[in-house]
Design a protein around this ligand. Structure first.
Ligand SMILES: CC(C)(COP(=O)(O)OP(=O)(O)OC[C@H]1O[C@@H](n2cnc3c(N)ncnc32)[C@H](O)[C@@H]1OP(=O)(O)O)[C@@H](O)C(=O)NCCC(=O)NCCS
Length: 335
């Protein structure tokens, strides 16, 4: 295969489970309130899987089929899978292998990406490089999470538990068809000095045994977060990296038709939008419906926005994300 000048998003899809969990539902399980959650995060409700046995790859399957249909191709045209998740179906193998099997794709390579809220942008950087180098023609890039089975739904875990929800988004990355289309700039970053500010400590290969009853009693198998530090870093790094990719792409805020930020906190995104000079009318916000779906937020947001007519072929779209790692990134793409 020959190299191509630019890659773009040929199709996009999403899927969320049907079970709606409101803030008032959570207030029955822990000391919290609709008012506290809405005021701090903007979240009103989130989706949870309907029953045990549904993993990240199960949510990714309908999202992937929707993206394939949108791109006008079939599963047989997929040359590689990149699966971004922090909540894989099982510890190993990666969820990409499970998804490939569900799509009926024996032999198609499957790469799992473990970069949390920035996972979709990390995956996009790999998909773009593969497509431009002519390694693969169509890459299925997924972000999917099942958080509901991994959060602590009681007072001890309430600071994290109220923020997260389940969901999936998928994109087909392939060669741009028209001049001027495609990924214009993309940056990804990491700083492990913040690794323990938002992490899930165990089970851990660093401990022998990896998981003990004591660790479970202490809740070390649930995510732990220093919310204020995450907030501080996110509001610094997201505008910084967004500006950097806009400069690299030679676009200004006025050229951006749609801003799709990671959905961690409405207040973070309002702050970032203001700093960049991008109005809320051009910013995708769906955190009130889904909470933080980590690697899924960007493709889920873009998929909804595309179907609502908020963007189309030729639109300039800005992505930005920040999350555990710490990791962060941004991209400018002309659809
Ligand atoms: C988590 C976050 C919403 C908390 O908001 P905050 O403004 O820092 O919190 P506040 O200082 O106003 O409130 C903290 C208090 O609320 C309590 N609290 C925590 N979770 C609560 C909940 N779900 N309901 C009610 N009270 C809660 C705390 O125990 C604390 O009580 P204390 O003051 O008596 O110790 C905020 O820090 C945040 O959004 N951080 C970024 C999180 C994020 O983006 N994570 C994902 C990254 S990808």
């Amino acid at each position: 295969m020959k190299s191509v000048l630019a890659s773009t998003i040929l199709g996009i899809g999403h899927h969320v489970p049907s079970k709606v969990v409101t803030n008032n539902d959570l207030a029955k399980l822990m000391t919290t309130s609709d008012e506290w959650i809405v005021q701090r995060s903007g979240i009103k409700e989130r989706r949870y899987i309907e029953h045990s046995g549904i993993g990240a790859s199960d949510l990714a399957l309908p999202a992937s089929k929707m993206a394939l249909e949108h791109a006008g191709i079939t599963a047989k045209d997929v040359d590689a899978i990149i699966f971004a998740t922090l909540s894989p179906d099982h510890n190993f193998p990666g969820s990409g292998c499970f998804l490939g099997d569900k799509l009926g794709l024996p032999g198609v390579p499957a790469l799992d990406v473990r970069n949390q809220c920035s996972g979709f942008l990390y995956g996009l950087s790999v998909a773009d490089a593969w497509v431009r180098a002519g390694v693969y023609e169509h890459v299925l890039l997924v972000g999917a999470e099942v958080h509901s089975t991994g959060i602590e739904l009681n007072d001890r875990g309430r600071d994290v538990a109220v923020l997260f929800g389940d969901g999936a988004g998928a994109a087909i990355i392939g060669a741009a068809k028209e001049p001027g289309q495609g990924l214009k700039a993309l940056e990804i970053h990491a700083d492990g000095s913040g690794a323990k500010e938002l992490w899930l400590e165990a089970p851990a290969s660093a401990y022998d045994p990896r998981l003990t009853k004591e660790m479970i009693d202490e809740g070390k198998h649930f995510p732990a977060m220093n919310g204020k530090q995450v907030f501080r870093w996110a509001t610094e790094k997201m505008p910084e990296v967004a500006r950097s990719v806009m400069d690299a792409a030679k676009v200004t805020a006025a050229d951006i038709d749609l801003f799709v930020p990671h959905q961690a906190n409405l207040r973070i995104n309002q702050f970032v939008g203001q700093k960049l000079g991008i109005p809320e009318s051009k910013t995708v916000t769906n955190i009130e419906k889904y909470g933080n779906t980590t690697a899924a937020t960007i493709p889920l947001g873009l998929s909804e926005a595309w179907r609502e007519g908020r963007c189309k072929r030729g639109s300039n779209v800005l992505f930005a994300a920040f999350g555990s790692g710490f990791t962060w990134g941004a991209a400018v793409i002309t659809l």
